[in-house]
Design a protein around this ligand. Structure first.
Ligand SMILES: [Zn+2]
Ligand SMILES: [Zn+2]
Length: 277
C-alpha cells in the first residue's frame, strides 16, 4: 500500500499540498450492487484497489435503485462495509447516488438520505424514467435545462454533493463523444453566468460540494475546466469522484492529477463526508 502521508508522493520532505489532499479521496465508487457496474466490484477488491491507488478515504455510492431502500437494508450495507474495512487503514464511508427528477423532487426521501453518510445527487440522469428531459438538443435549450436541473439539485434537501454536473455522457445521449463534446461546449457558453454564479453561491453557503469527475476529460469536454475554476474562485467545496464501475477506474489518472495541480486549492475547498449534515 502506498501511504501518501509517509512517502510525500515524490515531493521529498515537502508537506502534501491540497491537490494531493483532494486526490487522496474518492467518493464516487459503484459496487456490484449497481446494475451497471462490473461483477468484479466486490468490497475486498475495491478496497485493495483503493489502497493501492493511495487513497486515504473513499465512499461507496451505488445507485439508489440498486436496492429496496429501507432502514434494514441500509443497516446490512453498513455492516458489510464495516466488515470489509476491518483491520484496514483506509476509511470507508457509506454513500448513495440519488438523482433529481425535477424541481423539488429527488429520487429518495430526506429520511432515507439521512441513513447514509452522504448523498451524491445527479442532476442529469436523463436515461431514467421520470427525469425531466430537455425538449431539444439545441445548445441554448439544453443549457437552460441543465442549469434548471443544477439549481434543483442544489436546492434539494437530500444533496451533499452534486454528481457530475454539466458532464454529458455519450452513453446517455447516444451521441458520439466528439460531437457531444462540441454540443456540450456550445451549451456551456450559452448558460446565463449570473444564474450559474448564484447557484454556486447557494451551494457554497449550504456547504454543498461539486463533484470533480474525471470523465469530463475522457469525454473530451475540456471546456469544463473553466467551470471547475469558477467553483474554486467562489470557494465552493470540491469532492473527487471517479464514478468507478470497474476496478481500473478507481485510481486517478495522470491527466486529472495535472488538472487538479493547476487549481489553487486551499483546505476550504476540500469536501469531506464529515461535513455532511
Ligand atoms: Zn451518475
Ligand atoms: Zn455513478
Amino acid at each position: 500500500m502506498i501511504n501518501l502521508e509517509v512517502t510525500g508522493k515524490g515531493s521529498g520532505t515537502q508537506a502534501r499540498g491540497q491537490e494531493a489532499m483532494l486526490l487522496a479521496t474518492n467518493y464516487h465508487i459503484h459496487t456490484h450492487y449497481s446494475p451497471c457496474a462490473a461483477s468484479e466490484m466486490r468490497l475486498p477488491a475495491i478496497l485493495d484497489a483503493a489502497e493501492e491507488a493511495g487513497y486515504e478515504r473513499i465512499g461507496i455510492s451505488d445507485h439508489c435503485y440498486s436496492f429496496d431502500l429501507n432502514s434494514y437494508r441500509i443497516r446490512d450495507l453498513r455492516q458489510e462495509l464495516q466488515e470489509a474495512a476491518k483491520e484496514r487503514k483506509i476509511k470507508v464511508y457509506l454513500g448513495i447516488e440519488a438523482y433529481i427528477l425535477r424541481h423539488r423532487l429527488g429520487s429518495i426521501t430526506p429520511q432515507i438520505a439521512g441513513l447514509f453518510d452522504y448523498v451524491l445527487v445527479a442532476p442529469n440522469h436523463y436515461h431514467i424514467r421520470g427525469v425531466a428531459q430537455p425538449t431539444r438538443l439545441h445548445p441554448r435549450i439544453l443549457g437552460e435545462h441543465e442549469l434548471y436541473m443544477f439549481e434543483a439539485t442544489i436546492n434539494s434537501p437530500i444533496t451533499d454533493v452534486v454528481a457530475h454536473p454539466f458532464v454529458l455522457s455519450p452513453r446517455i445521449f447516444r451521441i458520439a463523444p466528439d460531437r457531444l463534446a462540441e454540443l456540450a461546449r456550445a451549451m456551456m457558453e450559452s448558460i446565463d453566468e449570473k444564474r450559474l454564479v448564484g447557484a454556486l453561491r447557494t451551494a457554497q453557503s449550504r456547504g454543498i460540494a461539486i463533484e470533480l469527475n474525471p470523465k469530463f476529460l475522457r469525454y473530451g469536454q475540456t471546456h469544463l475546466e473553466s467551470f471547475y475554476k469558477l467553483c474554486v474562485e467562489l470557494k465552493v467545496r470540491l469532492s473527487f469522484g471517479s464514478d468507478a464501475h470497474m476496478l481500473d477506474e478507481i485510481a486517478p489518472d495522470p491527466q486529472i492529477r495535472a488538472f487538479v495541480d493547476s487549481l489553487e486549492l486551499t483546505e476550504e475547498h476540500i469536501w469531506s463526508p464529515e461535513l455532511a449534515r
